[in-house]
Design a protein around this ligand. Structure first.
Ligand SMILES: Cc1ncc(COP(=O)(O)O)c(C=O)c1O
Length: 400
């Protein structure tokens, strides 16, 4: 059976992590893997999570199964966090939320639902997009296509080209939108452009699929959900995949959720039964621990206040590293070519340098980033920013 298999090349990000670990240089910088890091390079357990875990440990009386939908109080708290307590789709009972194993699990669950409902639909993803969107959405048999989104060399969103391409999508196709903190570009749409996208989705009868993996990492919890809330207020059907890996630092606990919006409460109930059947057929029930922690933090006023402070500290650190790196690059290059980094959102920006320059940064300077020149700004510290800027300036001009 397995004779047909040749060994695959390593996953590009996991391969990069292994290379970084094996690099014995005393000064090396990891801007590759997408996790938050503090100024010491650590990815700490949040204090609110530690406290919630303590409470759960003391109170938990059983490890019996939860349910394919996960914890009801988690799903309720997530819906309120993402949509706001008073969103019309909640009042109209058109949204159903299920817990999922991380944002990836939610994305796949939603993709399976789309494939079941409309196997011939195409899912349009941004060019560029997060690499794992392709296997997560395409792996269940859905056809993927790309719409222009960002021009790395010019450092700008190709908004007109995006609209022009989506205007040619077929009715019933799905459009994957990054809700905030676009990965890998860091370039988000301003509210007026969201409205133009919504108008197009409505007019062309396209189904939005929103990926919300960084709520609270961009501007704040409310404004990072602006796009999701506006889209859901206007479109009859939509999906939202949510991750708590970054904003609660729960990466390995696999905490996510899928919200599916349907045109009526009855339809929402019917759709939900299919979502649960799909979940039952893949992983049966989501893992509980991380979602129990998240539910506790979201519903306990004191823990939630602590979380908001910690979340703000993460966001402010990333934003200040954006400002610092942009300033150092201005000094190192003698120009404003990298100023764009300071104004973008979330953990990532694309430097817009060549793959050869990325390789030289790795080989000569021990600075690691993905081949598309995506950098994780959380890997920058006050100590390494000047070093990184000088190296980028040297290798970028070397390839120009
Ligand atoms: C854009 C995007 N969506 C979804 C995810 C899913 O995250 P997880 O499955 O770790 O919760 C990530 C994680 O890096 C991401 O960057």
């Amino acid at each position: 059976m397995f004779q047909q298999f040749e060994r695959l090349p390593p996953d590009s990000i996991l391969g990069l992590m292994a290379q970084y670990r094996a690099d014995a240089a005393p000064l090396k910088v990891d801007l590759g893997v997408g996790v938050y890091r503090d100024a010491t390079g650590a990815t700490p357990v949040l204090e609110c999570v530690r406290q919630a875990e303590g409470l759960l440990l003391a109170e938990q009386t059983t490890k019996a199964y939860v349910a394919p939908a996960g914890r009801a109080e988690f799903n309720e708290a997530v819906e309120a966090l993402v949509l706001g307590p008073d969103h019309p789709v909640r009042r109209e009972r058109r949204a159903r939320t299920v817990q999922a194993p991380g944002g990836c699990g939610a994305l796949r669950l939603g993709a399976e639902l789309i494939h079941l409902a409309a196997p011939a639909a195409t899912v349009h993803v941004s060019d560029p997009t997060w690499g794992n969107h392709v296997p997560l959405l395409g792996g269940c048999g859905l056809r993927l296509d790309r719409y222009p989104y960002y021009e790395a060399a010019a450092r700008r969103v190709r908004f007109d080209a995006m609209l022009e391409r989506l205007d040619r999508a077929s009715q019933g196709d799905v459009v994957l939108l990054h809700a905030c903190c676009h990965n890998p570009t860091g370039a988000d749409l301003p509210p007026a452009q969201w409205d133009q996208v919504i108008e197009l989705l409505e007019r062309r009868r396209l189904v939005p699929y929103l990926d919300l993996a960084y709520q609270g990492f961009g501007v704040d919890l409310e404004r990072d959900a602006h796009g999701v809330r506006r889209v859901l207020a206007r479109l009859p059907e939509a999906l939202v995949a949510i991750s708590f890996s970054k904003n609660l630092g729960l990466y390995r606990e696999r905490v996510g959720a899928l919200i599916v919006v349907s045109e009526s409460p009855d339809r929402a109930e019917a759709v939900n039964s299919h979502v649960l059947k799909i979940a039952r057929g893949i992983y049966s029930m989501p893992p509980d621990h991380g979602a129990a922690v998240a539910a506790r933090v979201l519903t306990d006023a004191k823990l939630k206040a602590g979380w908001l402070t910690e979340l703000e500290a993460m966001r402010v650190r990333i934003a200040s590293m954006r400002t610092l790196l942009a300033a150092e690059l201005r000094t190192a290059t003698g120009g404003a070519g990298f100023d764009f980094i300071a104004g973008q959102h979330g953990m990532f920006s694309l430097l817009g340098i060549t793959g050869e320059a990325v390789a030289r940064l790795r080989e000569r300077h021990h600075i690691y980033m993905t081949a598309d020149s995506r950098v994780n700004l959380a890997g920058i510290t006050p100590e390494n920013a000047r070093y990184v800027a000088a190296a980028v300036a040297a290798e970028h001009s070397g390839s120009a």
